[in-house]
Design a protein around this ligand. Structure first.
Ligand code: GLU
Length: 596
């Protein structure tokens, strides 16, 4: 499908020449301090490196790092740290994420598992009271939902392994934005508004995010000096400063004794986190998942995320099917998603605790057994049962017992970076719900995560639920940062937020790009639908349903699904950075040197 591809050194040469002659390069100092979220550009093509995030400040800070000679890893950390300032309800040092990295020097894809861990005192029934599961909202806004944050350790690990900057220098741009402030946009106001009730319950959260009980005004300048100071602390002492010492003590105190106002109507349960949990935290390197699709190598995130295995299995099912026209392609996309979700729900969890049959789930033979269930003329009745990934695929269309699950939060963020040397990062990070658990660590400027609500509170799989809480366990994620190589060099990197819709959003963008002939901007912008093994397909208003309804698919409305970013590596060595044109207020894509 794709032909001549320049070598990494040619790309570097073109970029270096462009930089030397200043073609299209605006020096960082020529930018107004913090232009805010207005004037975002959702697509940019050129050379010398690229950044795509949901936010103009984060993209600018990442790009500055690239311009000054930093690499894709440096830029990713710098941009992520800035998102912690400007998108504090989606991500930050109180949360976790998954970092996928293509190393041009070795041609290898690496991943960092920065997922939060449950405290050592957590048990399978920790989300039950008198045998009854807590209401989800009650569990979210509590100390109980807080896992050990993985993001600071992820940044430190990424920089140590592959960066050229240390944490101190990588945090500089973000600290500057936190201290000097950024211009509040409508998305920030909307996300604050959604949290007013629970932020009001905590003095620390309302002091930081509310102005006399209300969100700040669009166009006002928002400063977070506490976070700037916390970043300074990490800059001086390294990521350890969050896992040991005073900050760790303050996190533990906040979790065990949430600073809820006395007159608040909210019942805020204390959590289980202890100092030893923080001190023991690790962000391990893990082997990526790998499948081939249409001759491309697709790398994703292994357990405890279900992103890589579910996107990979669905791609394998699609490859085992005859896709035909657009309707048939979308029909197969929905069916493959449902089948892969049934298997995800039944088999995928933290593989330090459960035996995840990852190799089988990603095998072509298993995919063929699953694909044989798809009828081109009639949609399967949902939920479908999981398959049996036992290595014995002679039986036709073998299935096991049913189970469903799926959330579609509006939190989380994904960023994608690439540098002039050909290194690439796809990084998805989160604090789980929009606004995490709602509790700012007093005086520290960041929200805590509620990632442990990604565990199932009760067994959904008839005694075999792989995603029940456990001591030191990581809750199953859907985050799916993905890097795709063609002939061993980068072709595409992408990811999205959106709870379990992350998986279908990444998959649908790939189907749009690879099977329906769209370019990346169109593939990202196209209306989305998500089938996660539920009776109805959720679809955005613009998604064309008629032909699929004729095949038996039923639909429910979902106003907005995902907020993707990605970079495609074009023939001729150019990079095409792409963000959302409109979802979540639109994203921000940039390249170091414009041109195609
Ligand atoms: N916590 C979710 C996960 O790890 C992501 C939340 C979201 O995207 O809204 O899958």
């Amino acid at each position: 499908m794709r032909s001549s591809r320049p070598t990494g050194s040619l790309v570097a040469l073109v970029a270096a020449a462009a930089l030397a002659f200043g073609v299209g390069v605006t020096p960082a100092s020529a930018h107004p301090p913090h232009p805010g979220h207005g004037g975002k550009v959702s697509e940019a093509t050129g050379y010398g490196g690229a950044v795509a995030t949901v936010d103009a400040d984060a993209t600018r800070v990442g790009l500055d790092v690239l311009r000054k000679g930093g690499n894709a890893v440096d830029a990713a950390v710098a941009a992520a740290a800035t998102l912690g300032v400007t998108e504090p309800f989606s991500s930050g040092i109180g949360g976790g994420g998954f970092f996928v990295y293509y190393d041009a020097a070795t041609g290898k894809v690496h991943t960092i598992d920065g997922r939060e861990t449950a405290p050592m005192t957590m048990r399978s029934d920790s989300f039950l009271e008198n045998g009854v599961p807590l209401l989800f909202a009650d569990a979210v806004t509590s100390g109980l939902s807080v896992g050990v944050p993985g993001t600071p350790r992820t940044w430190a690990t990424a920089l140590e392994q592959w960066g050229s900057l240390d944490l101190r220098r990588a945090l500089r741009g973000a600290t500057d934005v936190a201290r000097r402030g950024f211009v509040v946009d409508q998305t920030f106001v909307d996300q604050t508004t959604a949290n007013v009730a629970r932020f009001s319950a905590f003095r620390s959260s309302s002091d930081l995010f509310l102005r006399r009980g209300a969100p700040p005004a669009v166009g006002s300048v928002f400063r977070n000096r506490d976070l700037a100071d916390t970043y300074d602390l990490l800059a001086r002492k390294g990521a350890d400063a969050l896992y040991t010492g005073r900050l760790a003590q303050e996190i533990v105190r906040t979790v065990q004794d949430p600073p809820v106002r006395r007159n608040s109507p909210l019942v805020v349960r204390p959590g289980l986190l202890e100092l030893g949990d923080l001190a023991a935290y690790q962000a391990p390197l893990r082997e990526p998942t790998h499948v081939t699709y249409r001759g491309l190598d697709v790398y994703g995130m292994a357990p405890p995320s279900s992103g890589g295995s579910t996107v990979g299995e669905a791609l394998n099912i699609l490859e085992a099917s005859d896709l035909g026209d657009t309707t048939q392609t979308l029909h197969h996309y929905l069916e493959a998603s449902a089948l892969a979700f049934a298997d995800r729900n039944r088999y995928v969890g933290d593989d330090a605790f459960v035996d995840v049959p990852l190799e089988e789930l990603l095998s072509d033979e298993f995919a063929a057994e699953r694909a044989c269930l798809i009828d081109p003329e009639v949609a399967l009745t949902k939920p479908v049962s999981p398959g049996v990934p036992d290595g014995d695929y002679s039986a036709e269309c073998e299935t096991a017992a049913v189970g469903t699950e799926g959330s579609d939060g509006q939190s989380t963020t994904h960023l994608t970076t690439a540098d002039r040397w050909g290194n690439v990062v796809a990084y998805t990070l989160t604090i789980e719900s929009l606004g995490g658990n709602g509790i700012v660590v007093p005086g520290r400027g960041f929200l805590l995560n509620n990632e442990l609500t990604d565990f199932n509170f009760t067994d959904t799989q008839g005694g075999a639920d792989p995603n029940l809480p456990g001591p030191g366990k990581r809750p199953r994620s859907s985050m799916a940062p993905t890097i795709i190589l063609a002939d061993g060099t980068p072709f595409l990197a992408l990811g999205s937020p959106g709870g379990s819709t992350i998986i279908t959003t990444v998959l649908q963008i790939l189907v749009n790009r690879l099977d329906l002939g769209m370019d990346l901007p169109a593939a990202v912008a196209a209306p989305r639908a998500t089938q996660r093994n539920t009776a109805a397909v959720q679809a955005e208003p613009g998604f064309d349903r008629t032909a699929l309804q004729a095949l038996g698919h039923t639909f429910a409305d979902n106003p907005e699904i995902g907020a993707a970013t990605g970079i495609e590596f074009l023939d001729g060595g150019a990079m095409q950075a792409v963000a959302e044109p409109t979802r979540r207020g639109g994203g921000s894509a940039a390249v170091v040197v414009h041109g195609s």
